[in-house]
Write a protein that binds this ligand. Structure first.
Ligand SMILES: [Zn+2]
Length: 458
């Protein structure tokens, strides 16, 4: 019977696991630590019936993962976040978070299951750690920390974290076209094997793409369309047999239940600390601020420092280097660093340097993506100007200035972001931060640093 099916039905797409230097247990550890942090930072929907329903749908999907991609140590869990934007994400080893907005936007259980199947496929194919394998091998502890920031960055307290996250956290949550293609197709296979119509996944993606709101939906930016997404899913679906009917029959009542609750929070409200337990502890973005600290202006004398083998930085000699994570260094004067309530550090005065990996070779696009990633987690961040092309360590760089509100002081701050292309699909970034009231002084200091920077990567 099995053989007959194979003959009659054109072959479904086959997959292989990509090279991965992480162990299965490391996937689990990274995902578990990040999930614990997500649960602290984001407001989980406090409704047992909705959670039970999500878990039930999830369990049916997990049971349908093809044997080649079931990893015994993995534990799939399903939580609903009380957030309005249509989004979902899954962490290495299995924890999945589904926004309430995703359920509300779905027109059938199969549509929501479609997104869940796609996320489960990313986990089962171990895309997060496979992607990290392609980049640098970071220390495990640092890794989970970076990942967190990528998920809950806005609440994490500072732009510094976002800067380094972009290079690291995106390994886990932001995928390239090939991994998207795989997650779509394996996701479709999982849906059919579970008893859902895989074509509903394509429908849900259309709904997500057409979501009204400011900027592109977050889900789309971390799951880019691999090209002909709908056609590819429909083509795969045509080769699949839907096994039974997994529909729980509960979707309509779950939606009615959600409709009866007070509206889900927006990302901006969550970033401001409204509604989450962590938010209450933090007291929002302004009341949890520290007392003002006097910070000396940039010295006119310089110090040189090598943050990595190929970079030489010349900075004011009262700016002390601190390694934020592998390859990411912050130079700040005494009093310029702060420790957020959640343990993450940031800076109010000074400059951070680091390298983004796996970039696209299009500097403006990569810079734009980095800024979008900051903006998602820093709702007050605003562009003040377009890009200026200017010399950065002997090559053409891009510089732009943004305004923000400091998580540490609650006061307006000026953020100067510069980028330059490096060898091997990497981008150098500099992020200068200063209170708006001292912006002019710091602008001159940042300009000197950019001018004196030396890059020797070739
Ligand atoms: Zn994806």
């Amino acid at each position: 019977m099995v053989a007959l099916t194979t003959i009659l039905v054109p072959a479904q797409t086959r997959f292989e696991l990509d090279r991965n230097t992480y162990t299965l247990e490391e996937d689990v550890k990274i995902g578990r630590e990040a999930a614990a942090e997500v649960s602290k930072e984001l407001p989980l929907l406090n409704d047992a019936r909705t959670k039970d329903w999500a878990e039930q749908v999830g369990r049916v999907l997990v049971a349908a993962i093809p044997a080649a991609f079931t990893h015994p140590p993995f534990r799939y869990t399903f939580d609903v976040i009380n957030q309005q934007e249509i989004n979902a994400f899954a962490l290495p080893g299995g924890p999945m978070f589904l926004n309430r907005g995703m359920i509300e936007a779905g027109t059938s259980e199969a549509e929501v299951a479609g997104v869940m199947g796609h996320e489960i496929a990313h986990v089962a194919l171990r895309h997060g750690t496979a992607q990290a394998t392609k980049g640098q091998r970071f220390q495990l502890g640092a890794l989970a920390g970076q990942l967190l920031g990528a998920v809950v960055g806005g609440t994490a307290g500072s732009i510094i974290a976002q800067g380094s996250q972009f290079g690291l956290g995106t390994y886990f949550l932001k995928f390239g076209r090939e991994y998207e293609r795989q997650a779509d197709l394996l996701g479709a296979q999982i849906l059919a094997r579970a008893g859902y119509d895989p074509r509903q996944m394509a429908n849900m993606f259309k709904t997500i793409e057409s979501e009204n709101g400011s900027g592109p939906p977050e889900w789309m930016s971390s799951h880019p369309n691999p090209g002909n997404r709908y056609e590819a899913i429909l083509r795969e679906a045509a080769m699949l047999q839907i096994r039974g009917n997994a529909d729980s029959g509960e979707f309509a009542s779950i939606k009615a239940r959600l409709a009866g609750m007070s509206p889900a929070l927006t990302a901006e409200e969550i970033a401001k600390g409204k509604g989450s337990a962590a938010g209450t502890a933090r007291g929002g973005s302004t009341s949890g601020t520290r007392a003002p600290v006097r910070v000396a202006p940039p010295s006119n004398r310089n110090r040189t420092h090598r943050p990595t083998g190929f970079l030489v930085m010349t900075v004011p000699d009262n700016w002390l280097p601190a390694t934020a994570s592998d390859g990411v260094v912050t130079y700040a004067p005494e009093g310029g660093f702060f420790q957020g309530n959640n343990g993450q550090t940031g800076f109010t005065h000074g400059l951070q340097v680091g390298v983004l990996d796996n970039t696209t070779d299009n500097l403006e696009r990569d810079t734009e993506q980095m800024l979008q990633s900051f903006a998602r987690t820093n709702p007050q961040l605003r562009r003040q100007e377009g890009y200026r092309r200017e010399n950065l360590g002997g090559r053409t760089g891009l510089t732009t200035v943004l305004s923000n509100v400091s998580d540490a002081t609650g006061k307006p701050e000026t953020v100067t972001v510069s980028t330059a292309q490096l060898q091997g699909n990497r981008v150098l970034f500099l992020i200068g931060v200063a209170p708006q009231s001292e912006a002019a002084t710091y602008a001159r200091a940042f300009e000197r640093v950019r001018r004196d920077l030396r890059i020797a990567d070739r």
